[in-house]
Write a protein that binds this ligand. Structure first.
Ligand code: IMP
Length: 430
């Protein structure tokens, strides 16, 4: 029996919600290990839609412990709002069902303001962030001046930490012409929210270690996608955390051997939100059609997602950087009815064919995709529950993807409905 890590294998929005929910039902503990409320996970359970950003997907179903690990950046005001919103949907979240790592970093209003300021200041430097303060909060963590969950419990130390933080931020804000932050006001805001956060704070690494030793099933729920990883993604057009599967260990406080099976979530085509290179992007009617049929709009920001053909070279890369053992392929039905379908197998750069996206930002912008074209299918794949329900050409497409990315399909999702899934292999039973 393995613990399972779910990781997005493209630029996020691969349809993790449904797969995570299916796995969460079999798990004892569900852990978020990176990112923050920049994520948007939609769960549809018994006809009710739940939208989660920061909370692990296990919170909606009873009987699972949800954990926010140290690798997550936590906006305490957002957390309180998200908990309150779920309460209106009948989901009760208590310290018995949710634990937050006491060493997790907090996102503060000054982080959100800085994110907004930078994104709006200079179009040429824009990353296309979610403007939630994610990047600035991670900067402070690495800069050793962050306020962490545990600091909310010690008013004196909190004051000293705020001074240290503001020595940096107020100098920056003066330079940018933004009003300085008042230390006493920030401290009282934090002390006011503290009683709503501290009951959830815990020594998460120890708790997870005990769960692991007791043989409990742990599901590590990744957010975003590996191509937005700060090291392995399309830097600088990335988020500010590690997303690759190894982060499940670092971001929760367990050793790498705790990880077990790595399930990559892969959409049958490619999308991206925000700026940055996208070799297979379709800016024509085909791209529009994919976007409309796939309802490609962001859960968090409502932004229209850029759409393109499946890029096997990129997914092959993330299969390797995340050590993906198998994939869940989603949204195959969106490609129903196309006469031909293209798959990118590599890139052309300066007359040479290469099998991966180079690290250089300039080269990433210049590469041209090398395509293979296969015949499409006209039958519907939506709602298929066995291979026998799929047209031969659709199976050929899936098999070709497996060959090109170097791993196999463990689950094939054919609609947002939970039962519309072809199960080849249950990752928990590896
Ligand atoms: P940030 O994470 O808000 O700093 O945004 C950095 C980049 O990551 C931008 O391109 C965002 O659009 C992208 N991003 C962040 N979270 C998500 C997500 O959950 N899905 C897809 N893209 C995301």
């Amino acid at each position: 029996m393995a613990n399972v890590v779910v990781v997005g294998a493209q630029w996020g929005d691969e349809g993790k919600g449904k797969i995570v929910d299916w796995l969460a039902e079999q798990a004892d503990v569900v852990v978020r290990f990176q990112g923050g409320h920049n994520a948007g996970h939609t769960l549809v359970i018994d006809g009710t839609t739940y939208k989660l950003s920061l909370l692990p997907s296990g919170v909606v179903r009873g009987g699972t412990l949800s954990v926010i690990g140290n690798g997550v950046v936590v906006d305490p005001w957002h957390l309180v709002d998200e908990i309150a919103r779920l309460k209106t949907q009948g989901v009760s979240i208590t310290p018995e069902s949710l634990r937050i790592a006491d060493n997790a970093t907090l996102i503060l209003p000054l982080h959100r303001e800085l994110d907004h300021f930078r994104e709006n200041a200079n179009a040429a430097l824009k990353i296309g962030t979610t403007k939630r303060g994610i990047g600035p909060a991670y900067e402070d963590k690495v800069g050793r001046r962050a306020i962490r969950v545990v600091d909310l419990a010690d008013a004196d130390l909190l004051g000293a930490k705020i001074e240290r933080l503001l020595a940096h931020h107020n100098a920056l804000r003066r330079g940018l012409g933004i009003e300085e932050v008042d230390a006493a006001a920030l401290k009282s805001e934090l002390l006011a929210i503290a009683p709503q956060i501290l009951p959830f704070a815990d020594t998460v690494w120890a708790l997870l270690d005990e769960a692991r030793r007791a043989g409990q099933r742990i599901l590590f729920e990744g957010a975003q996608g590996a191509l937005l990883d700060v090291d392995h993604g399309t830097y600088p057009y990335v988020t500010s955390s590690n997303i690759v599967a190894a982060q499940a260990a670092t971001g929760s406080g367990l050793g790498p051997s705790a990880i077990g099976y790595v399930l990559g979530i892969v959409k049958a085509y490619t999308t991206r939100v925000g700026e940055g290179p996208f070799p297979t992007e379709l800016t024509d009617a085909i791209g529009e059609k994919i976007g409309e049929r796939g309802r490609e709009f962001g859960v968090v920001t409502g932004r229209k997602r850029r759409c393109g053909w499946f890029d096997a070279a990129l997914v092959r890369q993330t299969v390797r950087t995340s050590g993906i053992d198998g994939i869940a392929l989603t949204k195959l039905d969106i490609l129903d009815g196309f006469e031909t379908i293209k798959i990118c197998t590599g890139y052309r750069l300066d007359g040479q064919v290469i099998d991966h996206l180079p690290a250089s930002q300039a080269d990433q912008a210049r590469v041209e995709p090398v395509y293979e074209t296969i015949d499409g299918w006209f039958e519907t794949t939506a709602g298929a529950r066995s291979w026998a329900d799929l047209p031969a050409q659709a199976i050929k497409y899936v098999r070709r993807i497996e060959e090109l990315i170097g791993t196999t399909v463990a689950l094939l999702s054919t609609s947002p409905e939970r039962d519309d899934t072809i199960l080849v292999h249950n990752p928990f039973e590896d």
